[in-house]
Design a protein around this ligand. Structure first.
Ligand code: GDP
Length: 300
């Protein structure tokens, strides 16, 4: 997979140089840390995250665990791996389901981040697992958004709850609330709420998303972010965390030539787990996010 390519290549090179060393001097450690720093910055990891990460690696690399290690260089690689896994959330985190269905899953993110596509992918995967999801169309901002969700739902074979056409613009908070009620009555065990997103962070839409959250009390609020956004990831994620808050992250478009910095930045800055990786335009292209696998991929 091309993902993290640049980051991996750079770190692989760094570690190859390191592996030829026996005992490490402070200068070796500093050199290695400088190269890790450069690789992370080149992969668009946010500067605050890079600083914190390299400071931790440096401190541990100069400490006893490396000094006493049989193979100090390998120990440093191990430390980098551990710290990466730590930032990426440690254990793989699964979706949380409600004790009393329906489980409500709300999606938030910028326009074009991949929310609607993800809604279809998730519905399809959940159906495969025996669930009966329904998609609720609360993006009433763009004229075509409801229709787009209907198309995705049809491809996924999932039900949709949407405002009647011709009923005016409608109130997304009310649609969300009615959608959850409808799901309960029709015994859909999972409700996936698609919300509106602007190209930039927008106070009014953020309030709308917060109101939808309040009205539906979701079990999960998933923030969908395009892995290609690079340095902007941190500010966008922070704005959504402050505006709506979210319980987990979906990293989309990981199939592209994303340099992968977004994953590290968002996980580190928001302290929220990345739950899914979206890896293509097809409805099958959805994977759980495994922090340890991602860390190895970065280092390989
Ligand atoms: P929304 O505005 O957040 O609902 O975003 P959409 O779901 O409409 O996605 C925007 C565009 O990105 C569409 O053209 C999708 O086909 C595309 N897209 C969504 N997810 C992925 C993905 O994982 N990989 C790729 N390559 N394209 C994606």
């Amino acid at each position: 997979m091309a993902t993290f390519g640049t980051l991996s290549d750079r770190l692989t090179e760094t570690f190859r140089n390191l592996r030829t060393k026996g005992k490490l001097s402070a200068a070796d450690v500093d050199q290695t840390v400088r190269e890790i720093r450069r690789a992370l910055l080149d992969a668009d990891v946010a500067l605050v995250v890079v600083k914190e990460f390299t400071a931790k690696v440096r401190e541990r690399a100069l400490g006893d665990e490396v000094n006493r290690a049989l193979n100090p260089a390998q120990q440093v690689v191990q430390i980098v791996n551990e710290e990466l896994v730590g930032i990426l959330g440690g254990e793989q985190r699964r979706l949380q389901f409600a004790k009393n269905p329906p489980t409500v899953i709300m999606l938030a993110g910028l326009q074009g981040s991949g929310k609607t596509t993800f809604a279809g992918k998730l519905a399809k995967q959940l159906e495969k697992d025996g669930h009966t999801p329904i998609l609720v169309a609360c993006d009433l901002q763009r004229p075509n958004a409801v229709n787009q969700l209907q198309v995705v739902a049809e491809r996924a074979g999932a039900a949709v709850f949407a405002p009647e056409p011709g009923n005016g613009v409608g109130d997304p908070v009310r649609v969300a609330r009615d959608g959850v009620e409808y799901a309960r009555r029709q015994q859909h065990d999972i409700v996936i709420i698609d919300t509106a997103g602007r190209l930039g962070v927008d106070a009014e839409l953020m309030k709308q998303a917060a109101d939808i959250r309040k009205a539906t009390d979701p079990d999960e609020v998933l923030f969908v972010i395009d892995a290609m956004v690079g340095q902007d990831a941190v500010n966008t994620a922070k704005a959504f965390q402050e505006g709506v808050d979210f319980t987990g992250v979906v990293l989309s478009k990981l199939d592209g030539d994303a340099r992968g910095g977004a994953a590290l930045s968002v996980a580190s800055v928001t302290q929220r787990p990345i739950i899914f990786a979206s890896t293509g335009e097809g409805l099958e292209d959805l994977e759980p996010f495994y922090p340890d696998r991602m860390a190895s991929r970065i280092l390989d």
